[in-house]
Ligand binder design. Structure first.
Ligand code: NAD
Length: 332
């Protein structure tokens, strides 16, 4: 069966890593017709927006996309393309696994976490305004429906993957109404899953415990902002942003993308790690039901990591992005 899949190369390092991932995925012989659509900084002069309508149309048509990172200027200009895309397509669950990878030396062993981040509301609703010259307000939106939906996604994932525990992360001691509602919703959903242990943790304590003993945690469910921050922390536990994949899942579409951004200072140098987007591609293959191909790519990645001959700078090597991809292809 042939799949039509949207490929958004992205800004900065996006084109080089997405090309590497595409070559590896094509080498599995899964029949994919890539619908390559450009978004981001490069299309602003022509379309007046980093997210032209054809990008959303392509994803709506194909239902699955692999996406490189897109730049969002800090403090000015367009709203984040990534946030807009997630909201427009209602990609409500951002799933980010953080697993110890064989061959990558880190401070920790046996990390096997899944971050399930709510992807549509919280402070990312983008409702901000200045109050006079010297103050500004951001509005944090938390709804019962989105909170229950993300909690259910986390518990369903736990059941599907045979996991033991879900931890809801919040700051309900301070934000008693908004985070309080998130926690209340998670508790309500937890009652439907008596075989999965449920606990909750205040986000600051969670950060400390994750750096002390990450092996004690399994599935974490968080509102949008804490999920964004804690998933970078968890990427750091297993080898950094270069190896951290992610998926944005909705009812009608799914967009797979690395946790990292466009790393502009490395752009065009063919030196960054392609694994984060490639492992996002592995998640995509599983989403398509192509588990054998996903397993083959995952095994080839591990073989290259264990061999330690074709690693990018962030993993202690000096290989180019394209060389690492070639090495993975040769192991397939
Ligand atoms: P970043 O993730 O782009 O890079 C931070 C640092 O992480 C880099 O300088 C580099 O040292 C390391 N890194 C990132 N990816 C790597 C890789 N594949 N291999 C090796 N090292 C890697 O974060 P930033 O610099 O804060 O953000 C740059 C831009 O990316 C911003 O405009 C931001 O808004 C955007 N961004 C986009 C997404 C997305 O598209 N989903 C996510 C995060 C940030």
């Amino acid at each position: 069966m042939a799949y039509n899949i949207t490929l958004i190369p992205g800004d900065g390092i996006g084109p080089e890593i997405s090309e590497a991932a595409r070559r590896v995925i094509d080498a599995t012989a899964v029949d994919i017709r890539w619908d390559v659509v450009q978004a981001g900084e490069a299309v602003i002069p022509e379309y007046g927006t980093p997210l032209p309508e054809y990008v959303l149309e392509s994803i709506k048509r194909n239902k699955v996309a692999l996406k490189g990172p897109l730049t969002t200027p800090v403090g000015k200009g367009f709203r984040s393309v990534n946030v807009t895309l997630r909201q427009e397509l209602n990609l409500y669950a951002n799933v980010r696994p953080a697993r110890t990878l064989p061959g990558i030396v880190t401070r920790y062993e046996n990390v096997d976490l899944i971050i399930v981040r709510e992807n549509t509301e919280d402070l990312y609703a983008g409702i901000e305004h200045r109050v006079g010259r010297d103050a500004a307000e951001s509005i944090k939106i938390i709804t019962r429906s989105a909170s229950e939906r993300i909690a259910r996604h986390a518990f369903d994932l736990a059941v599907k993957q045979g996991r033991k525990k879900v931890t809801a992360v919040h700051k309900a001691n301070i934000m008693k109404l908004s985070d309080g509602l998130f926690l209340e919703s998670a508790r309500t959903v937890a009652r439907d899953y008596p075989d999965i242990e449920f606990e909750d943790m205040i986000v600051d304590a969670m950060c400390m415990k994750l750096v002390q003993s990450p092996e004690n945690y399994d599935v974490l469910v968080l509102p949008n902002l804490y999920g964004d921050i804690v998933s970078d922390l968890c990427a750091g536990l297993v080898g950094g942003l270069g190896v951290a994949p992610g998926a944005n899942i909705g009812i009608d579409a799914a967009v797979f993308e690395p946790v990292h951004g466009s790393a502009p200072r490395h752009a065009g140098m063919n030196r960054v790690n392609p694994l984060a987007i490639l492992l996002s591609g592995v998640m995509m293959l599983r989403h398509l039901g192509e588990n054998a191909a996903a397993d083959r790519v995952a095994r080839a990645v591990v073989a290259v990591l264990e061999e330690k001959k074709s690693l990018t700078y962030d993993l202690g090597g000096s290989s180019a992005t394209s060389q690492m991809a070639d090495a993975i292809i040769s192991k397939l």
